[in-house]
Design a protein around this ligand. Structure first.
Ligand code: NAD
Ligand code: DAU
Length: 364
């Protein structure tokens, strides 16, 4: 953000997804002199409409493509003189990883490997510039599950991934780490807790509950609803990723979290209250009547919690949005942006919904 800063040529993978699109807006707004390329395969989770306003900008380009396509990546890195990769492309939903793990291994492990290899080749051909950066965006789920009285995850907590999703992310983290230790390539890793905010795909807890309240559908709470997640507003996560690219030490891992641990059942209750207050035309009100306890997710992690001391003390990042503020902003966003989420409830999505929820005996 300083005048003397050398412009970066940044490749954002997964930039048509939830966090990637928020990050693309963040980067374009904060670094208007940078070249920004979004690479996204536009799977069910990618939505080009989300970043349509960026496509008119001269310094921005969208490319539809797969991170496993080495020839495409090589061509992009060279043609766009890429010196920075923010790698967010992934299969990201735990329930889908239980239904079909193969895509998770392919994109999260093979795709990350492909990107690392292509970037290594470019970095070595350019004589290993010290200011190149490869940021691998990962998750707190690699650390496994905490009991209620365990201390939060730190960067040295042993990896214990429990789902095919988190196992595939763990594999990709290890590769990113190894590229620094073996080749000296400037990789950095972030492990973040649960994000929420604008452009979150309807399958995830918060948008799913918001949308089901608006449609008067049951609110399916897995198990006893006592599972805990540590919620972070997505724009705070984007600021953290920016901080790590610009100030982080290559080879290091940074945990990112909101220090906002909430039980699922309490979170759903908060969303119901906000919707009751902010929405004028709810089919069922008060919406808490819709809460339905359903069969648990297999292997459901009990609790996640992040100790973000390192990024705070070493790099000066702290979250700025409280969970109360962020949930209100998010509920308002889903109320005001029906045109964004309504088309996502496609026949394919209904089929997925049927597959996951019918077997949990939720009326769908
Ligand atoms: P998302 O599912 O919303 O978006 C993923 C994007 O990647 C989509 O646009 C999709 O089209 C694209 N994509 C998938 N496979 C691809 C491929 N083979 N090639 C190119 N593009 C592909 O995911 P998200 O929630 O935005 O998560 C982004 C990253 O952040 C992921 O790596 C995820 O593991 C991590 N993360 C997410 C959270 C969270 O709470 N959502 C928290 C911590 C870390
Ligand atoms: O912790 C970071 C992770 O957070 C990211 O790495 C993942 O990409 C992201 O999807 C998210 O994973 P979770 O499994 O925690 O998120 P999800 O929104 O699927 O579920 C949040 C909690 O809510 C979890 O305990 C399961 C529960 N849940 C979820 C759904 C979709 C329900 O009770 N009912 C539901 O219908």
């Amino acid at each position: 953000m300083t005048d003397s800063r050398k412009p970066r040529h940044i490749l954002i993978t997964g930039g048509a997804g939830f966090i990637g699109s928020n990050f693309a807006y963040h980067w374009c707004n904060n670094y208007p002199g940078d070249r920004v390329i979004v690479l996204d395969a536009l799977t069910y989770a990618g939505n080009r409409q989300t970043i349509a306003p960026l496509e008119g900008k001269a310094h921005f380009k969208f490319v539809q493509g797969d991170i496993c396509d080495r020839a495409l990546i090589d061509q992009l890195l060279e043609a766009e003189s890429i010196d920075t990769i923010a790698h967010l492309a992934a299969e990201s939903h735990v329930d889908r990883s239980i239904l079909g793990p193969g895509a998770f291994v392919q994109t999260n492990v093979v795709g990350t490997f492909t990107l690392l290899e292509a970037f290594r080749q470019r970095w070595q051909q350019q004589n290993q510039p010290a200011d190149y950066r490869f940021l691998h965006v990962s998750t707190d789920e690699v650390y496994g599950s905490l009991e209620f009285d365990d201390p939060p995850f730190t960067e040295t907590t042993p990896y214990t991934p429990n789902s095919p999703y988190s196992a595939s992310k763990a594999g990709s983290d290890h590769l990113a780490r190894a590229y620094y230790h073996t080749y000296g390539m400037p990789t950095l890793i972030t492990n973040c807790s649960n994000n929420y905010g604008p452009y979150h795909f309807p399958e995830k807890l918060i948008p799913l509950m918001c949308i089901n309240i608006l449609l008067g559908k049951p609110l399916p709470v897995y198990g006893d609803g006592q599972n805990i997640r540590d919620w972070l507003y997505v724009k705070d996560h984007c600021r953290a990723l920016d901080t790590v690219i610009n100030k982080g030490t290559p080879g290091e891992t940074y945990n990112v979290g909101g220090n906002n641990e909430v039980k699922n059942i309490d979170l759903v209750g908060l969303l119901c209250k906000l919707m009751d207050e902010l929405a004028s035309d709810l089919p069922v009100s008060p919406s808490e009547q819709l809460i339905t306890f359903v069969k648990d997710r297999p292997g459901h992690d009990r609790r996640y919690a992040i100790d973000a001391t390192k990024i705070k003390t070493e790099l000066g990042w702290t979250p700025q949005v409280t969970v109360e503020q962020g949930l209100r902003l998010t509920v308002e966003w889903y109320l005001q942006n029906r045109d964004w989420w309504q088309p996502l409830l496609s026949p394919e999505y209904q089929q997925y919904y049927q597959e996951v929820y019918a077997k949990r005996s939720v009326p769908v």
